[in-house]
Design a protein around this ligand. Structure first.
Ligand code: G1P
Length: 292
């Protein structure tokens, strides 16, 4: 079955970025000049998926406005001869077919995905966490769809992390799979655990915020109780799914920035600004001038 829909959970409170997120969604924080959530939406569109489902919540209206048409803004830009910018603003609204569903309680990532059940229906789908920006030639979620299309199973994006970072992630136990099309990148998941202490972690292979999920995950999510942090964890539901279906871990090609963390956010800002045609040169010159 082809993947048509991507779920973007955007209901999180963003406590790590307070006070910036006191009155605005963390997903609207800009890296250079684009909100985090737009990077994720663009990755969905660039991967050829036509539909996105935002799981939103209180105080997140700015996200809906961002992906809507702003007639006033477009009118003003057109009147000032800023046609290119007007086109760019319109394309944000036209990029994908968008639906919204509200997660009424902050019960975690698993609960957020379960909230999208009716909108997803009985088909495999993608999940992107907009905290993670992946800069790659082929969009990360597209790379994972390619794996899904060959194996027909759920796929989680993984990366090796430092021991000190292990307790911030879902961690998998897995065995390598020999695959000619992505040598060294594919693993078969055997077990997984959400945010373990490093001493008990099964490996240093961490799940990052990209998933391809089969619809069987909804049945497991509905049966999953509260786990780490008192929240309904997607990792716990995936572990349950393992009893019925295979799950693969895929070491994606590209560089991932954890923009949900202050240092990661700064790294993303600096590196993505350096790559920009309009900013790269003067910004590099400025950075070099700093006596560090
Ligand atoms: C979530 C998941 C975790 C995963 C991480 C990736 O955690 O629960 O398994 O490793 O995203 O970024 P969060 O970062 O929302 O606490």
């Amino acid at each position: 079955m082809t993947i048509r829909k991507a779920v973007l959970p955007v209901a999180g409170l963003g406590t790590r970025f307070l006070p910036a997120t006191k009155a605005q969604p963390k997903e609207m924080l800009p890296v250079v000049d684009k909100p985090l959530v737009q990077y994720a939406a663009e990755e969905v569109a660039a991967s050829g998926l036509p539909m996105v489902i935002f799981v939103t919540g209180r105080g997140k209206n700015a996200i809906e406005d961002h992906f809507d048409v702003s007639f006033e803004l477009e009118h003003q830009l057109a009147g000032r001869g800023k046609e290119a910018l007007r086109e760019q603003m319109r394309s944000i609204a036209g990029m994908l077919e968008m639906s919204y569903v509200r997660q009424k309680e902050a019960l975690g990532l698993g609960h957020a995905i379960l909230t999208a059940r009716d909108l997803v229906g009985d088909e495999p789908f993608a999940v992107l966490l907009s905290d993670d920006i992946v800069d790659s030639e082929e969009p990360c979620i597209r790379q994972m769809i390619n794996v899904y299309e060959r194996y027909g199973s759920s796929v989680v994006a993984i990366q090796k992390v430092e021991r000190s970072a292990i307790s911030s992630y879902g961690i998998i136990r897995a065995t390598p799979v020999a695959d000619k099309l992505c040598p060294g990148r594919l693993y078969k998941v055997e077990d997984m655990v959400e945010k373990p202490a490093p001493e008990v972690a099964p490996s240093n292979l961490a799940i990052i915020g990209r998933y391809i999920l089969t619809p069987g995950i909804f049945r497991e999510l509905a049966a999953t109780g509260r786990g780490a942090g008192g929240e309904i964890q997607l990792t716990d539901a995936l572990k349950r799914l393992l009893a019925h279906e295979s799950i693969y871990g895929y070491v994606f090609e590209g560089k991932r920035y954890d923009a949900g963390d202050k240092l990661g956010f700064l790294q993303a800002t600096v590196e993505l600004a350096l790559k920009r045609d309009d900013l790269g040169k003067p910004f590099r010159k400025y950075l070099k001038s700093l006596k560090l």
